[in-house]
Design a protein around this ligand. Structure first.
Ligand code: NAD
Length: 355
């Protein structure tokens, strides 16, 4: 039976980059005899304009019934004055909640051809290949909060951090499973020297590790991890951490790669998982046909890996991207003298030619 992929182009460059990723998926399907079918749905500002809501019920239901969701990006100046609860970005929160997206996976792999774009020294960046597994629906972002209260004759606010054992077990299992299909190493990041939630986190991760004797586990405090990402990023394979630390570390790790146009992500769900580039809808270049499609193409590869269990096809797409880059193809965001200039379609064809 064919696997169903719901494609949500969204706004801005969303349709250009998802078109590219679907073309690459079609070629991969042909090469590896995969039966894939695609269903297009609206979300974001485009959906608001058509239906008065950024996340139509019909879109959410289709995602729930799908084997995987490929998402472009949402948002743009056009909707800046829309009532906050109906803004395009609300579609993402609605999908997170509706699909139970409890973990965010952000790989950071620096292709040899791209080391020059990193803000770090080339010798530090060469060979970086890590993934950050961030807990997405718990911790301090979702804890009880108080905007303002009287305290000792002044005013204070507070946010409550809490994690339960099942929440930590679920994300830890995902991290160990991810390490198993990679290089077999998990670094759990916390602040166990100060925070009670971190001590429960560390203890629970160690218990889960008992079921994964083939995977190496080590622990780092978050301040040390932030430093290590800058001084020796090649030491990491899988980093697992909570919502707040993951938010910060995943952005730090993303800049190591040098271009946001290249970076994919996966949000793993209880029902369906969602795959999208880490960048936004880039309204400044929308409609010009010059967007870098690679982040979305690599997100499609992650969909094959994590939702469809098609590791070989996923790797083939990743290798094809590396080869296109090694041949010198660069979209406008990365192009400089000495390289071959590619618009979105040319870059897509260069990847397909290498598949
Ligand atoms: P952005 O990521 O859209 O753009 C930042 C800069 O990077 C721009 O100059 C843009 O042209 C460039 N860029 C981004 N992706 C690129 C690509 N694939 N190829 C070439 N250049 C690329 O961030 P922003 O400008 O802060 O936000 C624009 C809109 O996107 C806002 O409405 C924001 O809310 C929304 N947004 C959506 C998501 C999402 O859908 N997940 C994420 C972030 C921002």
């Amino acid at each position: 039976m064919a696997k169903k992929i719901v494609v949500i182009p969204g706004d801005g460059i969303g349709s250009e980059i998802t078109d590219s990723a679907v073309e690459v998926l079609k070629k991969a399907a042909e090469k590896f005899s995969l039966a894939l079918e695609y269903e297009y749905k609206d979300a974001g500002g485009t959906a608001y304009d058509k239906f008065g809501t950024p996340l139509p019920e019909d879109t959410l239901e289709a995602c729930k019934a799908a084997d995987g969701v490929l998402f472009g990006a949402v948002g743009g100046d056009k909707w800046d004055n829309v009532e906050p609860s109906l803004r395009p970005e609300k579609a993402i929160l609605g999908l997170r909640k509706g699909l139970g997206l409890y973990a965010n996976l952000r790989p950071v792999k620096v292709a040899d051809a791209l080391v020059e774009y990193s803000p770090l020294k080339q010798e530090l960046v060469k060979g970086v290949d890590l993934v950050i597994v961030r807990e997405l629906v718990g911790g301090i972002y979702f804890g009880e909060k108080c905007e303002s209260e009287a305290y000792n004759g002044t005013e204070r606010a507070w946010d409550l951090e809490n994690y339960s054992i099942p929440e930590v077990q679920r994300i830890a299992k995902l991290a160990f499973e991810t390490a198993r299909i990679r290089r077999g190493k998990v670094t759990s990041v916390d602040k166990a020297n100060v925070l009670a939630t971190s001590r429960l986190w560390r203890r629970t991760v160690a218990q889960v590790a008992q079921d994964y004797q083939d995977v190496e586990l080590n622990n780092l405090y978050v301040d040390n991890c932030a430093m290590q990402l800058a001084v020796r990023p090649t030491q990491f394979d899988v980093i697992v951490t909570g919502n707040l630390f993951g938010d910060i570390l995943s952005d730090e790790a993303a800049v190591i790669g040098g271009s946001i146009g290249m970076m994919p992500s996966a949000s793993i769900g209880e029902l369906t998982s969602l795959y999208e580039p880490i960048h936004g809808s880039a309204p400044d270049i929308a409609g010009k046909g010059i967007a870098n499609p690679v982040g979305t193409i690599l997100s499609a590869a992650m969909l094959l890996r994590y939702s469809l269990n098609e590791e070989e096809a996923a790797q083939a797409i990743e290798t094809a991207v590396d080869k296109a880059l090694a041949e010198g193809w660069r979209t406008a965001d990365l192009w400089h003298e000495g390289f071959k200039k590619a618009d979105t379609k040319t870059m897509t064809q260069a990847v397909i030619a290498n598949l």
